[in-house]
Design a protein around this ligand. Structure first.
Ligand code: B4P
Length: 288
């Protein structure tokens, strides 16, 4: 799995102030400032606004936010999915050298910090190949069924469920996206069912990653990985959906040096915040 590490120490300072915002229960998306508002009504339905991210690590990182408050723990609706897919297509079509990824951090262990429903979209760095690209390479679109489980790469430690999307965007509509999403979500929710006895504290959380080519769902057990080091105290690495495509955000030098010096800790951290890989396992009648 290819990794791309962003090192952004300035964001460590943001954490303490945004925590303060959270304790005040402020919703930054309720009354967005005009400077960050790209479109007040994304597609003429009055359902979504498009905002610039106030704390971007990569350029042109935008947020697709519901106009009315909805919870970030709610499932994505077919309307959410198709609005996101259409936006991805528009952004990709603007420049054939650019490709974009959308993601949704849902639930308390997913890495999300804002409870007002939002998806995020940004340009994938050039020359970077997300894990899901490799998994879907040469594969045709299919829907999971009795004999066809979603794709999962057996070589990584963590559970992830991927479906290739049809090559032509004309074949992708609300129904198809909803069927893909629900079938992947079922696999993710099965983990919480299976782990109820062992970890009763687990709260349903997952990440969705979407490009024009594929959709992926990753069940999450916690938002911050603990990384042990012989010489220093335990280090902490926050992981959101981007981590499960191979993009890691390091906010302090010690953690940056650790993961660059010992890249295998990334796979351990992704497992620490997710669930064990289930590649090759068949679902049973007890699964969702
Ligand atoms: P969430 O889904 O709630 O959380 P997140 O993306 O994990 O970012 P978080 O807020 O936890 O910050 P973090 O330090 O981990 O998304 C909330 C979004 O709203 C974020 O994009 C946030 O920046 C944005 N936001 C908050 N207040 C806002 C306001 N007043 N107006 C507009 N937008 C506001 O990560 C910091 C940033 O780096 C985030 O943008 C995150 O998405 C991005 N990031 C994390 N890992 C990355 C990676 N590997 N590569 C590139 N970018 C990465």
């Amino acid at each position: 799995m290819q990794y791309l590490i962003h090192y952004a120490p300035a964001l460590a300072a943001k954490d303490s102030s945004s925590t303060k915002d959270q304790s005040n229960n402020e919703d930054p998306f309720a009354h967005p400032v005009p400077e960050l508002t790209v479109l007040d009504d994304l597609n003429g339905t009055g359902s979504y606004q498009l905002l610039l991210n106030k704390f971007p690590v990569v350029p042109e990182h935008v947020l697709l936010v519901t106009k009315q408050f909805e919870s970030q723990s709610d499932a994505l609706s077919p309307e959410d999915l198709v609005a996101t897919y259409q936006l991805l297509c528009k952004m990709d079509d603007e420049d054939e050298n650019k490709r974009h990824m959308a993601f949704y951090n849902s639930g308390p262990a997913s890495g999300s910090s804002q409870d007002h429903k939002h998806l995020q979209l940004f340009q994938l760095p050039s020359n970077f190949i997300p894990l899901q690209d490799k998994i879907c390479s040469g594969k045709e679109h299919f829907l999971p069924g009795f004999n066809a489980e979603p794709l999962q790469d057996a070589k990584v430690s963590f559970a992830h469920f991927v479906l290739p999307l049809p090559e032509s965007s004309d074949e992708v509509d609300e129904d198809l996206l909803a069927m893909c999403y629900i079938s992947l979500l079922q696999r993710a929710l099965t983990f919480f069912q299976d782990w109820t006895n062992e970890r009763p504290d687990l709260k349903k959380s997952y990440n969705v990653l979407l490009t024009k080519n594929w959709i992926c769902v990753v069940p999450r057990s916690k938002s911050v990985a603990e990384i042990e080091d012989e010489d220093t105290e335990t280090m902490h690495l926050g992981i959101n959906a981007t981590g499960y495509a191979g993009m890691i955000l390091a906010k302090d030098e010690a953690i940056y040096n650790k993961i660059v010096g010992e890249p295998r800790v990334i796979d351990q951290a992704l497992l620490n915040c997710g669930f064990p890989n289930t590649s090759g396992q068949k679902p049973t009648e007890y699964h969702y």
